[in-house]
Unconditional design. Structure first.
Length: 416
């Protein structure tokens, strides 16, 4: 059968670190007094804002203090900022997102429950770095371990999960790497469940953004745990290190990270008015810079870009021809909004190309995936792909009707 393609046109229109000089004015000691006066209190000049115009440029988007950065509109999968986003770097605690992804996968499949419990081993209890402070021999529910991993960044909680699901952390790390390949993360290798520094362990900003987006899309019922701002375990209350949860409106996840090798990093997600921005940065100087630079880039993405909607969820995009059905056509609909991301204030024509193999043979069931639509905001721009689904049932013709249809097709071709 021929490949059918329709082309539609829709109108759519910090750180330059300021060096703080400690000016200590020491008074001179008078010659007739044995005791030296105390030096005057040190004063600090006001902090100067970074000169962002002097930052090293990104390959796409504005300059940033981060060594690597990747910012996308998660609705349209449009890249807004790219700075060495395919450069391999230490994943640090952002690797925990993959550990959590596998937990969510087990929960969704029914192989694990939130009240399932795992026992704490000596290896888990003795983990260093950020911890949940689990106690040897105790049993902890999966839900508490999720909070311990996400909110507290507990390395010990990661080991409990890894050993509980895969027997050993090495086995679990191999599973993490395999899942990375399944998700389309070709430049990620995991050696442990927590992101603890290890030889041969690496990821990229782009790969972590893929993981963040898939977590949000695949597990909407569990993603809420990434927005938990504090958690108390073993009588120790700790706050989520993701400061964007409190300083940037709409932020609902995901995970911070830090190693001496990789610096300070963050994978975050922020949603406003139906737009979701996913940001991954790494190689920042400290926690304060991580928070301020991530917030700046997020605000920039929302301020400078907007989404032009071509079709809303449930809209009919096109009628597709049907072969040997009791209807000659079937509506093809989208199950989510079809849009293109464009700069604010810039006129743009959203280019929509519909593709399906047709005519489509009956019977057709409502909800069957039939084709796809490719959307771009400018000639030569990377197209974003959306699936299209049958919007109605189309039963097959009876034997007589099919015979007549075949005869018409061979006698009259397109007139059939």
């Amino acid at each position: 059968m021929p490949s059918w393609s329709r082309f539609l046109m829709g109108g759519a229109a910090l750180a330059v670190a300021a060096s703080l000089a400690h000016a200590v004015a020491s008074a001179q000691q008078p010659p007739n007094k044995p005791n030296r006066p105390a030096p005057s209190k040190a004063t600090k000049p006001p902090r100067q804002p970074p000169n962002f115009d002097a930052l090293p440029p990104s390959q796409i988007g504005i300059g940033t203090l981060a060594k690597t950065a990747y910012v996308i509109d998660a609705v349209t999968d449009t890249v807004l900022l790219f700075k060495d986003a395919d450069q391999r770097t230490a994943p640090s605690s952002m690797a925990k997102m993959m550990t959590v992804y596998i937990i969510f996968e087990e929960l969704k499949a029914g192989r694990l429950k939130l009240d399932s419990k795992f026992r704490v081993s000596e290896r888990a209890r003795s983990m260093g770095g950020s911890r949940m402070f689990v106690e040897l021999g105790t049993e902890i529910s999966v839900e508490d371990l999720i909070k311990g991993i996400i909110t507290l960044s507990g390395n010990d909680a990661c080991v409990v999960i890894a050993e509980g699901l895969s027997g050993t952390e090495d086995n679990f790390a191999a599973r993490m790497t395999k899942k990375a390949r399944d998700l389309g993360m070709p430049n990620s290798v995991f050696r442990n469940a927590s992101g603890w520094p290890a030889e041969g362990q690496y990821t990229t900003a782009r790969d972590l953004a893929v993981l963040a987006r898939r977590t949000i899309l695949d597990f909407p019922e569990y993603y809420k745990y990434y927005a938990v701002t504090d958690f108390t375990w073993n009588n120790i209350r700790q706050e989520n290190r993701n400061r964007l949860l409190s300083i940037t409106p709409g932020t609902d996840g995901l995970k911070t990270g830090h190693t001496e090798e990789g610096g300070y990093g963050l994978a975050s997600s922020t949603i406003r008015d139906g737009r979701r921005i996913i940001l991954v940065v790494n190689g920042l100087a400290d926690m304060r810079q991580r928070a301020s630079e991530s917030a700046r880039l997020t605000e920039w993405a929302f301020r400078e870009y907007t989404n032009k909607v071509a079709f809303r969820s449930g809209d009919k995009v096109v009628d597709a021809q049907v072969w040997l059905g009791d209807q000659r056509t079937v509506p093809l609909v989208t199950q989510r909004a079809i849009a293109a991301t464009v700069p604010v204030g810039q006129d743009a024509n959203v280019r929509v190309t519909v593709q399906y193999d047709g005519p489509i043979r009956a019977p057709i069931r409502k909800g069957d995936q039939i084709g796809k639509v490719l959307v771009s905001a400018a000639p030569g721009a990377r197209a974003v792909e959306y699936p299209l689904f049958a919007g109605a049932d189309v039963p097959r013709l009876g034997a007589f009707g099919r015979a007549v249809g075949v005869i018409k097709h061979y006698l009259f071709g397109w007139m059939a």
